[in-house]
Design a protein around this ligand. Sequence first.
Ligand code: ATP
Ligand code: MG
Ligand code: MG
Length: 410
Amino acid sequence: KYCRGGYMPIESKQIIRYNLEIVRKLGWGHFSTVWMAKNLTTDSFVAVKIIQSSPKYRMVSFKEISLLEHVKTTDPSHPGHKRIIFFYEYFFANSINGVHLCLTFELMGPSLLDLLVQSNHCGLEQPGVKKIITQVLLGLTYLHHTCQIIHTDLKPENILIKITNSYLNELIDCVNSFEARGLKKPKSYVTALEWNQNKNLFVEPEESEIFSILKKRVQSCPSKTEKPEFLKPVMAKFRKPLNMPLLVDPNIQVKIADLGNSCWESKRILPIQTEQYRALEVIIGADYSYPADIWSVACITFELCTGAFLFEPYTEENLYCIEYHLALIWKLLGGIPLNIARSGSRSSALINLDSENISFQKIGDILKEIYKWNDFNANSLEEFLESLLNPIPRIRPDAFDALNLKWLNN
Ligand code: ATP
Ligand code: MG
Ligand code: MG
């Protein structure tokens, strides 16, 4: 995709605009590559999203810009305003592949998906999850009720963690030390970072505690050629037995990102939502609105708490299966009301369901049996999630009501 009409070829130190110097790659997606860059005028850092140059991508990204502009200017004093990624401006850059639309954003750290990976998919401790979900819901009160925008793609990778100054300095030190040691820099710091519990910081694996222990062992290893074989199993062993929820920085701040798939409530689009986070009404092809985002918040909450998907609607061949998805929802909620079941263009999938043979398994029981939670914690989270997963979108709490639910406040 680094071809005509595709991504812009970029190197670190490249000046992409008169005062903007590329530092390193942060991530990429279907539309773009995203880079950390230094504003040489203000001596500060930003993230630049550089869109593929073909008109198809440029058009969609202009829509993202209009949504971002609206979010930025509608009510900056709203407490939810700062829970949405801050957009600065856009400009154009030329490359051999064409003309690229570039969007600059405040620089953020890793995503919640990166946190989950670092937890070894064991999940995060509950107080941390409550902080994160409160902030996400606060962002949604603003996005929904002030801006009239439906995000439509809420999932852990689209929620980014705000970086602290000490984290940023660490990051810059890492870049410098990699360069000084003549090492190849990792492609994306986001995937390469490790959480350092003592420092409460993300660090490059090479700089992390685990790595320094490994390095000592490697140095005492007789033959250099043993290095790769030796490193891998130890690394794996070291991470596995931790088997406990990741502690979350008590000062954690997150923001909702990637409005690339978002839409105005008055101009809804289809298809929407990543499968695992897709709301019941969207699955059955019924009318959807803001409550679809609330459903995704429930899925994210469960995943952050346990490290596992709430719904994993895939066959053994790894194909998405609508009947299976509906069966999973049925199983968890103990049924789906008939009037809702019949309201969509794909309701036949539900009618074909062999519901007699679906056993009811409450969320609390899953938490107790599989994740060994105590009764109190399991029941409180169950109450919260069942409320957000109400099959009737109209009755599902909106972002304001969800903020007042008991689980978030005890
Ligand atoms: P998608 O295929 O998800 O639509 P996209 O091309 O629209 O991708 P984004 O999702 O906006 O791109 O960004 C791609 C990745 O870049 C993100 O998942 C994240 O890791 C990183 N990223 C995006 N914005 C920032 C930011 N402001 N600060 C730090 N990293 C960022
Ligand atoms: Mg994305
Ligand atoms: Mg996008």
